[in-house]
Design a protein around this ligand. Structure first.
Ligand code: GLU
Length: 293
């Protein structure tokens, strides 16, 4: 049997909020229910969005809530040479090409595509050359026809299908601002950290087919995926710093933990509100039961 390795991979754009607590708790409970290893990875390569000190704050808050990683946290910003190396390897497959399109050019061509009732995917403008434009980003070519259909069975959301050609198009691995794209970094890291089970918020469900395709291009195994429902505010928007999510009250961890378990559909007794130990003992059992269904 493979040894279970799971992870929580926050982007340090602000303090831990209720939505990210739910994802952290789900990945922790799944790892503990499997008697596996739980890792934390700080996804801090999106320079403009990273807030100094937020990563340390998140790790500290997780510890107050009783979630301490089994290995020292990995920092994406310290792994740039790894992304470069894997990018070069992908380039040698001939599937990666430079793209000179600006956002506006892509948006304009999509408006036309939309008018023709075709797709909203990147139309592949630069597939056969830059036409004299300077290279901005680097894209990975997706297959044409039925070969572009990726299917997987999400442990929470059930069977999923995405046609990469019509729904996504050739996607970016290296961005126009010279940063590694999330899709590349996350796949390289999940392989490097030998992650067997990805548990995260359903806002990332739509990225999963791209990640599975990247794994296939790299010739590496695909982990199992589980996407928990995202927490929304009263207007139905995902809780995030942008939508005004408040930081958690770390002085009352049991209240937030019990709320997060409730959001995950776990029914716990009053005992779970008495201590962290009691909470985790019950929550791990309830998670295992729920996953059997
Ligand atoms: N860093 C991503 C986020 O905070 C999560 C990435 C992942 O779990 O794959 O939304």
């Amino acid at each position: 049997m493979t040894t279970y390795r799971g992870r929580f991979a926050p982007s340090p754009t602000g303090p831990l909020h209720f939505g990210s607590l739910v994802s952290a708790l789900a990945s922790w409970l799944d790892a503990r229910a499997h008697r596996g290893t739980w890792l934390v990875r700080i996804e801090d390569i999106d320079g403009p969005r990273t807030v100094p000190g937020a990563a340390e704050d998140i790790v500290e808050t997780l510890a107050r809530f009783g979630m301490v990683a089994d290995e020292p946290p990995a920092w994406q910003s310290r792994r740039m040479s790894l992304y470069q190396q894997e990018f070069e390897r992908l380039r040698s497959t001939g599937l990666v090409y430079p793209c000179g399109c600006t956002r506006k050019e892509i948006a304009d061509s999509l408006v036309h595509a939309h008018a023709r009732h075709t797709t909203l995917a990147y139309p592949g403008t630069c597939r056969n050359g830059l036409n004299g434009k300077p290279a901005r980003a680097w894209r990975l070519r997706v297959p044409d026809g039925d070969a572009a259909i990726v299917t997987f069975d999400d442990r929470w959301q059930g069977p999923q299908t995405q046609n990469l050609a019509t729904e996504v198009g050739d996607f970016v691995l290296r961005r126009a601002d010279d940063q590694w794209a999330y899709q590349l970094a996350v796949v390289v890291d999940d392989v490097d950290q030998r992650i067997t089970h990805v548990v995260r918020g359903a806002d990332l469900l739509d990225s999963t087919a791209r990640q599975i395709y990247l794994q296939q291009c790299m010739g590496v195994p695909t982990p199992s995926y589980l996407h928990v429902p995202v927490v929304t505010n009263a207007d139905g928007e995902k809780l995030s710093k942008q939508t005004g999510a408040l930081a958690l009250d770390a002085s009352r961890p049991l209240v937030a933990l019990n709320d997060a378990a409730l959001h995950l559909g776990l029914t716990l007794s009053g005992t779970a509100a008495l201590s962290r130990e009691a909470f985790y003992a019950e929550a791990i059992g309830a998670w295992s039961e729920r996953m059997k269904r």
